[in-house]
Design a protein. Structure first.
Length: 225
């Protein structure tokens, strides 16, 4: 089942959180893409002055086509609101991100944001996190970090491209996708992961969303606070 129509509908509803003269963090992926395309109406039709902070080249290109001026995260000291998707969301609003590889930049934007809004379809919602956790690491720590993650109870595997080449993030790092099984204490786990030398970022975010949009079928959605 496709939830694209519901994600499009909730994207337009989410625009009410964007004010004139706002600095807006732009996540990566399907939901963020829909939001950016919807936000172009504020710029073109209402003449809103919005500055976007993109997390990836993918969303940067889409925002440029939408006519949204952009800056990088190091050019701002705060972000008014961040919009992003999630790979999985548990009952305590912990999320797993990083399926597209932009977890470091996304987490930086979360840390700068006054408000974080996450948008996802209903299949992403679970009681406990169970997806593989992306862990961005420095290439020099490939083996040592993998061993340390194993010691925490995971089965890590190096993310690879179709031809078997390692996947590199836009920051020049590699990703271990780590299967921890059912994660009952995501906050504790991610703190332990981030203590491993060579780990740049964990795909379990400690900053939890302020508002969550849950897409359902037929352009319907729920708003969870």
């Amino acid at each position: 089942m496709s939830y694209d129509d519901a994600i499009e509908a909730l994207s337009f509803d989410a625009l009410k959180h964007v004010k004139d003269n706002s600095i807006v963090g732009l996540g990566s992926g399907r939901a963020a893409t829909a939001l950016v395309r919807a936000m172009s109406s504020l710029v073109k039709d209402k003449n809103y002055k919005i500055i976007g902070v993109p997390t990836s080249l993918q969303i940067k290109i889409i925002a440029q086509k939408a006519g949204i001026p952009l800056v990088s995260a190091d050019q701002v000291n705060h972000i008014d609101v961040v919009f992003d998707g999630a790979d999985q969301i548990d009952s305590k609003k912990y999320i797993i991100k990083g399926g597209g590889g932009a977890l470091l930049r996304e987490n930086i934007l979360f840390s700068l944001a006054k408000k974080v809004i996450v948008m996802a379809d209903k299949t992403k919602f679970v009681k406990y996190l169970t997806r593989e956790v992306p862990v961005e690491i420095h290439p020099q720590a490939r083996n040592s970090a993998a061993d340390a993650v194993k010691a925490l109870g995971a089965k890590p595997k190096l993310r690879e491209l179709d031809r078997g080449y390692p996947f590199f993030t836009e920051n020049g790092n590699i990703i271990l996708d780590c299967n921890f099984g059912m994660i009952r204490n995501p906050g504790t786990l991610t703190r332990k992961i981030k203590q491993i030398p060579g780990v740049i970022e964990s795909g379990i975010f400690l900053r939890r969303p302020d508002i969550i949009y849950r897409a359902r079928a037929s352009r319907k959605f729920d708003v969870l606070n």
